[in-house]
Write a protein that binds this ligand. Structure first.
Ligand code: PLP
Length: 441
């Protein structure tokens, strides 16, 4: 069957979230090695997205992960382990994650991905308070421009309104506040951004009632919102404020954990000191679906106290094959020094994209380790964003003319290459991006 044939099948039978693609058949990626992938047309492409987006930390086609999966499947592919049973690989992985995680974050709950993890974290936070007699603590504070997944819980916490339209009532008791967005500091009316945001957060807590708020959720850096890092004092001050009100902090590290920004856990680097950390993506480099929700002892202790149970779980929680792959993936990240490499990739891209920053169509180039957001503007003076269609056209041209895979999030072009990208590949991607962007006016 030709590439066009399967592309047509996809168009006809598979429902995608993005149906804007006007081509007669969809571009389909079918093979990969390192940072290179091939589509059904046989075209060789540089994967600047990391296996879709923020996933393939160790690159494509790694035999080590295939062998770990094959060995485990032959031993025991799966046995559901969220009620009374466990398995060796999920226990070993939990021990490993506890050792890597900050401070007293020592207990793990497994999911199949990030959205389930966010829903789990929301339930954990509410249950934590309910079990301690504070049954009114139900509100979850999230942020505009945040992305927390597609389930009802994660989708409601997401601050990108398209996610919530036309699907009936969303999850109740979720409130949004403004995030730090240094490039658009006009949002803060001339005030110091962190002062503004802390004032707004405190006013929100007071309005909802301090004894009614369970948790705040946030990504250490906004990912799907456009790769936006906060000022250094933002998370420490948020943490301090929440602690004063007895409110838990959930770090959504689905993108950032496992080296994307150069650390095992970015939330620790940014002073979040989170009570619950949601991870997925880089945990297995996407070789198998797996998520892990990590929590501090004080949260886990409440869940496991006396005869109490956490009546929540999934058929594939702690899936032994996925956990075996995760263990092998962590070995690769560690043994190949890929966290350090993540920062080097950031340096290469920062240098390669420097000429882009001066172009009239480019508002800002934001580099956070091995992820980049290039915010495109129609007017550099007013910082008016380009239409998402124009940013999509840029990504299309990079694919078609330069064989470089990127993706737009609204007006922002996003990069998140595998952490095995080399300097020549970073150069090639950067110069293609500069070329395409220099033709925009
Ligand atoms: N949280 C963040 C920060 C994400 O970026 C994503 C996905 O991109 C999710 C949650 C949802 O994860 P999943 O798509 O695995 O359900």
């Amino acid at each position: 069957m030709s590439g066009a044939d399967v592309g047509e099948l996809d168009k006809r039978y598979v429902l995608h979230s993005h149906q804007r693609d006007q081509r007669p058949f969809r571009r389909m990626i079918v093979r990969g090695i390192g940072s290179t992938v091939w589509d059904t047309e046989g075209r060789e492409l540089l994967d600047m997205l990391g296996g879709g987006i923020w996933v393939a930390q160790v690159g494509h086609g790694r035999r080590e992960l295939a062998e770990a999966a094959a060995a485990q499947i032959t031993e025991l592919a799966h046995f559901t382990s969220f009620f009374e049973f466990g398995n060796d690989k999920s226990a070993l992985l939990a021990e490993r994650l506890a050792a890597l995680a900050p401070g007293d974050v020592n207990r793990v709950f497994y999911t199949s991905g990030g959205s389930e993890g966010v829903d789990t974290a929301i339930k954990l936070a509410r249950l934590f308070h309910h079990r301690r007699g504070q049954t009114e603590r139900n509100w979850i504070i999230a942020r505009h421009f945040g992305y927390h997944g597609a389930t009802l819980g994660g989708g409601t916490a997401t601050g990108i309104p398209d996610m919530q339209v036309g699907v009936g009532p969303n999850l109740p008791h979720v409130e949004k506040v403004t995030p730090p967005y240094p490039y658009h500091s006009e949002m803060y009316g001339g005030e110091n951004p962190t002062d503004f945001l802390l004032r707004e957060l405190e006013a929100t807590i007071e309005r909802l009632g301090p004894d009614n708020v369970a948790a705040m959720i946030g990504e250490p850096i906004l990912g799907g919102g456009g790769v936006i890092a906060p000022p250094a004092d933002y998370w420490p001050r948020v943490r301090e404020l929440l602690t004063g009100y007895g409110i838990l902090l959930i770090a959504d590290e689905v993108i950032t954990a496992f080296g994307r920004t150069g650390a095992w856990f970015d939330s620790a680097e940014r002073g979040m000191d989170a009570d619950i950390i949601v991870t997925a993506k880089g945990l297995t480099s996407g070789y198998l679906p797996l998520g892990a929700v990590l929590m501090r002892d004080r949260v886990a202790d409440v869940m496991a106290a006396g005869s109490a149970s956490f009546f929540h779980g999934h058929t594939y929680s702690g899936h032994p094959t996925a956990c075996a792959v995760a263990l092998a993936n962590l070995d690769l990240l560690e043994n190949e020094g890929l966290l350090k490499r993540s920062l080097e990739i950031g340096d290469w891209l920062r240098a390669g994209l420097a000429p882009a920053a001066a172009l009239p169509a480019v508002g800002e180039v934001r580099v956070e380790g091995a992820t980049v957001g290039i915010e495109l503007v129609s007017n550099p003076e007013t910082r008016e964003p380009v239409s998402p269609d124009l940013a999509l056209a840029v990504a299309d041209e990079l694919y078609e003319q330069h064989r470089v895979i990127t993706r737009n999030y609204g007006p922002t072009l996003v990069l998140s290459p595998p952490l095995v990208l080399d300097d020549q590949q970073a150069k090639r991607a950067s110069s293609a991006i500069v070329q395409v962007l220099s033709r925009l006016d």
